[in-house]
Design a binder for this molecule. Structure first.
Ligand SMILES: [Fe+2]
Length: 182
């Protein structure tokens, strides 16, 4: 199940508001301009499905998202405990950063933790299969796939060339719980 915890960014991270139903997560996330939706992720994929196979399985959803949101391209990121460099991949986005493009992800398998730092709050949103999240361009955030990663997500871009992490230099990400899948 998906879950959202909202912390203040200047207090101990054991105090938070928690949301665990779709509607409450969607509404609380919207306060931070995070778009959160549920999409059909019921296609059966082989564990070793290629990027093209994943894109083909969800071609209808992708086309709809491109039409509705102006995304121009899509690709697939898929990480599991057997992915050789997953520890380095995890580290890459663990610190607070922004992008000049939106960061949109449609989770078709597994889960991961998006943390969005908006004004004086940290929105820690565990995304699971069927979740679509869009973090608006310029929003401070980080992403944790966890020490034992397991997810496949379709990434949607308006312009993939603009999708570069600009690190803020803040240590805020290290003050909040990292992702441990239960
Ligand atoms: Fe990011």
């Amino acid at each position: 199940m998906s879950r959202l915890r909202v912390y203040r960014d200047d207090t101990r991270p054991d105090v938070f508001d928690e949301y665990s139903t779709f509607e409450t997560i969607r509404d609380a996330a919207a306060e931070a301009k995070i778009r959160f939706e549920r999409w059909d992720a019921s296609r059966v994929l082989a564990p070793d499905a290629s990027q093209d196979e994943v894109l083909a399985a969800y071609a209808d959803s992708i086309r709809k998202l491109e039409r509705e949101c102006g995304f121009g391209t899509a690709d697939v990121v898929s990480v599991n405990p057997g992915t050789p460099n997953h520890a380095e991949m995890r580290k890459k986005f663990l610190d607070e950063h922004t992008h000049s493009e939106d960061e949109a992800r449609f989770f078709v398998e597994g889960s991961g933790l998006f943390c969005i730092h908006y004004e004086h709050a940290v929105y820690a949103l565990e995304c699971t299969k069927g979740d679509l999240i869009n973090v608006v361009a310029g929003t401070r955030h980080w992403f944790d796939m966890g020490p034992v990663p397991r997810f496949t997500a379709i990434r949607l871009f308006t312009d993939p060339k603009g999708w570069v992490a600009n690190f803020t230099g803040s240590d805020v990400a290290g003050r909040f719980p990292r992702y441990t899948r239960v």
